[in-house]
Design a protein around this ligand. Sequence first.
Ligand SMILES: NC(=O)C1=CN([C@@H]2O[C@H](COP(=O)(O)OP(=O)(O)OC[C@H]3O[C@@H](n4cnc5c(N)ncnc54)[C@H](O)[C@@H]3O)[C@@H](O)[C@H]2O)C=CC1
Ligand SMILES: O=C([O-])CC(=O)C(=O)O
Length: 325
Amino acid sequence: MKAVVLGAAGGIGQPLSLLLKANPAVTELALYDIVNAPGVAVDLSHIATPAKVEGYLPPDDGLEKALTGANVIVIPAGIPRKPGINAGIVRDLAKAIATTAPKAFVLVISNPVNSTVPIVVEVFKKKGVFDPKRIFGVTTLDVVRASTFVSEILGDRSLSLSVSVPVVGGHSGVTIVPLLSQSSHPLPSSLDASTIDGLINRIQFGGDEVVKAKDGAGSATLSMAYAGAEFAGKVIRAIKGEKGIIAPTFVNLASDKTGGDALKKELGTELEYFSAPVELGINGVAKINGLGKINSAEKALVQAALPELAINIEKGVAFVEASKL
Ligand SMILES: NC(=O)C1=CN([C@@H]2O[C@H](COP(=O)(O)OP(=O)(O)OC[C@H]3O[C@@H](n4cnc5c(N)ncnc54)[C@H](O)[C@@H]3O)[C@@H](O)[C@H]2O)C=CC1
Ligand SMILES: O=C([O-])CC(=O)C(=O)O
C-alpha cells in the first residue's frame, strides 16, 4: 500500500505525513514537495511503523519517482487563501499523475476544492485516463467540525468521537451544507432557531475562525491533517476490501452506475459535482448515496449552494480548457 503526499513539507503536509506514517496499513510513503521533503522523510523514517519513507524534490524526476506505483495520492500542495495560484499547481500535479499513476486514487485537499477537483478531472479527461470513481475532493474537515461543534452544543465533548453528521454540497462557505437533522445524536428539540443557525454558520465558516485566530500565519493545518488522514485511512481500508465504509466526499457525478444520475435528479440539477455520502469500495466510489430525508430548511440550504457550486466548477473546467497540456 503506497501512499504519496504532494506538498508534504507544508503546514498540512507534515502532520498529514506523520499520521499516514502512523497508519500500519501503509507500507510505502513517498513525500514530494518543491522544498524540504527529504528532511521530513528522514525524520519520519525513524518512527517504528511498517512504512518505508522516501522524500523527493523536483530535480531528477522526483515527482515521477514519488508517484510510481502509488495506490493513494493525497494533494495538500499550494498556498492557503491566495486565489488562482493553486489552479496551476494542481493542474501540473494532475498531469504528472495522469502519466505516471493513472490508476491511483487521488484525494484533493488543495483549495478551492470545488474548483481543484474539476481541474484534476479535466486534465485526466484530456489525457484519456479519467475514471470518476477514483478522484475525491476531501471535505472531511467539515464533517470533523460538525462532530465537534454538535458535541459542544450537546454539552459533552466526549461525544465528539461518536457524533456523526453528514455534510454535503461543497467545501466553501454556503456550499457547505450540514444535515443536522441526520445527526447520529439528535439536537434537543428545545434548541432555538438562532442557536441552530449559529451552528450551521460555524460549520460553514469554520475555516475563517482558524484564519482569524492564526492572525496572518495561515489557515487550518493540524485539524486538516487529522481530517485528511481519516479520509485517506477510510480509502485505504476500502481498497483492502473492507465493505460498508461511507464518507461524504466531493465527487464527479458522471457515472450513472454509481448513482450520480439519481443524485442529480434528487437535487434537480445538471451539476457534474457534489459532495455526498459515498460508499467506498476496492475500485473507489462504489455508490453515491442520495441525501435521504432532509427538512425544509436543509432543502433551502442545498438549493442555495447550487449556484455558487456551478460557478466554482465552471472556473476549474475553464482553467483547464484555456491551458496547454
Ligand atoms: N480541503 C480542505 O478542507 C482544506 C484545504 N486547505 C488547503 O490546503 C492547501 C495547503 O495548505 P497549507 O498546508 O496550510 O499550506 P502551506 O503553504 O503551509 O503548504 C503548502 C506546501 O505546498 C508546497 N508546494 C507549493 N507548490 C508545490 C508544487 N508545485 N508541488 C508540490 N508542492 C508544492 C509548498 O512548498 C508547501 O510546502 C491550501 O490550498 C489550503 O487552502 C487547507 C485547509 C483545509
Ligand atoms: O478556510 C481555509 O482557507 C482553509 C479551509 O479550507 C478550511 O479551514 O476549511
